[in-house]
Ligand binder design. Structure first.
Ligand code: ANZ
Length: 927
């Protein structure tokens, strides 16, 4: 047989594509566009394992398919290359993170090239490239120079805001702001530059403020909530504490409603949408203001259940609340102070999760706005300062936390909703009937909410209020390997750098860790932080989230140095038609990307508001670990073949992971294993009767630490990239988690070899003929065209693979080598096995890449069976088969049956007693 030399073929086409720039997209075109995107990787030192390219293969297939369908396609790849691992490596070794990163990137590129991806060579970027992060900094400056007009739901230039302040102050402005005080035009005009700057900072979309941050002393930096797992830093697992620090923040909360309501129009999974809406956490309710007994100040609470106000028996403030010091009576002072200190040392997460409620009485009282009753004011750490107003009206009969607290500290409980059998739990269904509540009595609770808000409104002490769980995002990191913040400070005022000064490049420093005095690493740079005008450059860098929040808008025009991208070009390509990546980015990257796209939309930089129309989360490919059973006896390591150990004995053995490449068909290559350094000292092997040593397989995460990672480059060497691509798709639906097993790969590999021999014979000659195809051959072809097209469109790549196999089997059976059948088949298969198809495409006479052809048109008529194969029964037994035209009538079928040679032999010259034709099914003859 002609050999399918995949190694030679794949190398040849990879260089052909590169030299001919086959994958370059037209930046602008009259053609419809298709933009397929993968979440770009952080180039880690470990390289890719076979689990990583799953999504990349899927987007590559759809890209090639859409191209054959006449689309102008864009399939880019880049690197999320700022990040902590390279920096930590730099701290340990002194090697510049840029160097490590470049090395890792080239390894990734090599691996990706070996897989034959249709990546546009012009659409590449790394977030740590200066000509890229220049624009990340530019967007940050734009955020700094804009505020959010809530009345128009739009970001606007800060100059517009200043014009309003000069004319009428801030009383009529509906903005997303941290500004609490109202001021007049005169007040504004009376302020100096610093006064103006301080107020404007409360409106800017990128602003500098004190915030409670997650501080990780071991890493010397602040972390986002998403970067913390179980109270420890995700990277490195170091402890994290709460600390007040001046930080750059992004006012993402301004966009909360748009981020929430736009979700309805996105083709994303429900679980992704739910995670986002939960994170935004929109709550409707009311703010209610209470007088405090004997003190000038008032307390405002946020409640979702103003209908339960008559059940409010005490008040609780967060320990950090401003009023705590003012209302605490001298007798309570010591206890309160101790509690505040203790609570401050606990993480927000612990405080919320803790089921045992703790708290202290302040000695102060608030006045119930309707009954005039004196309500004791407590502080407790189940009330968090960052949510609502940081103060609550406690209704123990309605809220579990208040209930637990009241029980523990023996506080009054007043029932306000009728019913509820459990005397030991709160009861507050919204369809319950209100009791003990004066004018609300007899109302259904959900109606009472509105009635109470109206009443409070009339009294001037309450209003409808919407609260969000979402917080503004902290945008400063005390790290080296990130985008420097293009801001400088002079006399306590933050000034944006001029756009012409961008990029503000990372300076060289001697060491990559914080300075001895605890300042961020950038403080070590010489002649960098101090400007000629005396200003001091900000020493923080931006988080990893910055570069990934807009990279998809850079790809289409990645080399532009006049703008982040040409407006016409981004508008042509955006939105991304298909975005594929993991679920772990649900509320981080995906949220910030939506936010930045909305902001750039508001600025008139892009037309779309949502970047990713369709999002698909690929399932993880799990590894299949291989374990050997070992016990140590008298200092000798005794390894026993797994099939020699009974279930009962298993407990006596330790399970040791071995490198999966040493195992084939559950059998360990002992010679290889003996080279393992782990085998120091004395050891022996007990094999089974066949002399084999069996391992135990186990599906678990693919990870170096389990010795179960499989390098795609190894698979390409042994089987070829086209086999790997087909096999990864064949493993199962894209979204599902599935285990990897290299043993299973031979099936698809055999298919390719068989398909190859439809074109090429043993003498390596092309055997494709120009003979006319039969109906049957055309039927198999068109079945395949139809199935693959439909399945790719619904991203069911896995079911395409069996369709190819059926085709090759049937066409092989028919010994068909006809161009009319095989040429279109190559076009159908080419998105999956591109090297293979290019090679054969060339062999059958084409000069240009198969990508310049089209996807074959499916024709229904070939699927309509033109002849029917009838079994012919004689006296109840099938004796012959005949072919009749599908539209032949009964008489015609009978004639063919009786004329059949075999039938005539069985009839032995007699004429049948009866002939029954069941159209389309069978012929029965009785003799
Ligand atoms: C009285 C009440 C009665 C409440 C009742 C609930 C049930 P969501 O839905 O999550 O928005 N709350 C308000 N601010 C808080 C804070 N900073 N820390 C802890 N709890 C706070 O929850 C809103 C409810 O959580 C509010 O409504 C308030 O308790 C509490 F039968 O007020 B409620």
């Amino acid at each position: 047989m002609g050999s399918y030399d995949f190694q030679k073929i794949e190398k040849k086409w990879q260089s052909y594509w590169k030299e001919n720039r086959t994958f370059v997209a037209e930046k602008l075109s009259d053609k419809p566009k298709y933009y397929a995107l993968d979440m770009f990787p952080y180039p880690s030192g470990k390289g890719l394992h076979v689990g990583h390219p799953l999504g990349y293969i899927a987007t590559d297939i759809i890209t090639r398919f859409k191209r054959l369908k006449g689309f102008n396609v864009l399939h880019p790849m880049g690197f999320d290359s700022f990040g902590l691992p390279a920096e930590q490596y730099a701290i340990r070794t002194g090697i510049h993170p840029a160097e490590t990163t470049a090395k890792n990137i080239s390894r990734y590129l090599e691996q990706m090239e070996a897989l034959g991806f249709h990546y546009d060579p012009d659409a590449v970027l790394s977030t740590s490239d200066e000509d890229y992060y220049k624009w990340t900094q530019w967007i940050f400056l734009k955020l700094f120079k804009h505020w959010y007009n809530k009345a128009e739901e739009k970001a606007q230039p800060i100059e517009d805001l200043i014009a309003i302040f000069e004319k009428e102050g801030n009383a009529n402005i509906v903005a997303a702001t941290s500004q609490k005080e109202i001021f007049s035009a005169d007040d504004w005009m009376g302020l100096d530059e610093k006064g103006h700057a301080d107020i404007l900072m409360n409106y800017r979309l990128a602003y500098n403020a004190y915030a409670n941050v997650n501080w990780c002393p071991a890493l010397g930096t602040v972390l986002a909530n998403e970067e913390i797992k179980d109270g420890k830093s995700e990277r490195g697992g170091h402890p994290v504490e709460r600390k007040q620090m001046r930080q750059w923040m992004l006012r993402i909360t301004a966009y909360a409603d748009r981020l929430l309501y736009n979700l309805d129009n996105l083709d994303w999974s429900d679980s992704m949408k739910n995670m986002q809406s939960h994170w935004i956490g929109r709550s409707e309710g009311a703010n209610i203001t209470y007088d405090v007994d004997g003190v000038e100040d008032t307390i405002t609470v946020f409640t979702t259940r103003p209908d339960t106000l008559y059940g409010n028996t005490f008040m609780v403030l967060a320990p950090e609340h401003d009023l705590v010091a003012k209302i605490t009576t001298p007798e309570q002072q010591k206890e309160v102070e101790e509690y505040v200190t203790w609570a401050g040392s606990r993480s927000e997460k612990d405080r919320i999760a803790d089921t045992t409620k703790t708290g202290v009485f302040t000695g102060g009282h608030a006045i119930h706005p309707l009954t005039g009753k004196k309500l004791p004011i407590w502080i407790a750490d189940y009330v968090v300062i960052t949510y609502g107003t940081g103060a609550i009206m406690a209704v123990p009969s309605g809220d579990q936390r208040d209930w637990d607290f009241a029980k523990k500290y023996d506080l009054e409980i007043v029932k306000v909703v009728e019913g509820g059998d459990d005397a030991d739990a709160p009861y507050q269904p919204k369809d319950g009937i209100i009791i003990n509540s004066e004018f609300l009595n007899g109302m259904v609770a959900k109606d009472a909410i509105g009635a109470m808000i109206d009443k409070l409104g009339e009294m001037g002490i309450g209003d409808k209020e919407v609260t969000y769980r979402q917080r503004d995002v902290i945008w400063s990191r005390q790290r080296y390997w990130g985008e420097p913040t293009p801001i400088y400070f002079k006399d306590g005022i933050a000034y944006p750098m001029d756009e012409s000064e961008l990029p503000l490049t990372l300076p060289e420093i001697d060491q990559y860790k914080p300075s001895e005095s605890g300042e961020p690493p950038l403080s070590r740079a010489k002649n960098w932080k101090e400007r000629p005008d005396g200003g001091l450059v900000d020493l923080n860098t931006m988080p990893g989230l910055a570069g990934s929040s807009w990279y998809f808008m850079r790809y289409p025009d990645a080399k532009n140095d006049e703008a982040f991208a040409d407006r016409k070009i981004v508008d042509y390509w955006m939105p991304v038609d298909l975005y594929v990546g993991g679920t772990e980015h649900a509320v981080g990257h995906l949220m910030y990307s939506r936010f930045w796209t909305m902001f750039l939309h508001d600025m008139g930089e892009v037309s779309v508001e949502e970047p990713f129309t369709k999002l698909v989360n690929q399932g993880k490919i799990q590894g299949t670990s291989q374990l050997v059973l070992r016990k140590v006896e008298d200092g000798v390591q005794k390894f026993v073949s797994a099939d020699m150990v009974s279930d009962a004995e298993r407990a006596d053995y330790a399970e040791i992971h071995v490198e999966v490449s040493m195992v084939q068909a559950q059998t360990l290559d002992l010679e290889e294993f003996k080279k393992d350094p782990m085998l120091e000292g004395k050891y022996e092997f007990i094999t089974n009767a066949e002399g084999e040593f069996k391992t135990v397989p186990r599906a678990e995460k693919m990870s170096k630490s389990y010795y179960n990672t499989v390098d795609p480059v190894d698979i390409c060497r042994d089987y070829g990239a086209d086999t790997l691509r087909l096999y990864e798709m064949f493993l199962g639906p894209l979204e599902m988690a599935k285990p990897w097993n290299t043993d299973g790969i031979t099936g698809v590999h055999t298919f390719l070899k068989r398909a190859f021999n439809l074109f090429i014979n043993e003498q390596e000659e092309v055997i494709v003929t120009d003979e006319k195809a039969t109906d049957e051959e055309l039927k198999y072809l068109h079945q395949c065209i139809k199935k693959v097209e439909e399945d790719i469109e619904r991203l069911a790549f896995n079911t395409c693979v069996p369709a190819f196999m059926v085709f090759a089997k049937e066409i092989g059976r028919l010994k068909c080598h006809k161009r009319e059948i095989l040429e279109p088949f190559l076009r159908v298969l080419s998105p999956f096995a591109p090297h293979f198809c290019e090679e054969l495409w060339e062999k059958i006479g084409y000069k240009e890449s198969i990508l310049f052809s089209t996807y074959p048109t499916f024709e229904e008529k070939y699927l309509v069976e033109s002849t029917i194969n009838y079994p012919v029964q004689i006296n109840g037994k099938v004796r012959a088969k005949i072919d009749a035209a599908a539209d032949a009538d009964k008489a015609a079928v009978e004639e063919i049956a009786l004329g059949n040679e075999t039938v005539q032999q069985w009839l032995e010259g007699k004429s049948p007693k009866k002939v029954i034709v069941v159209p389309g099914r069978i012929v029965n003859i009785v003799v």
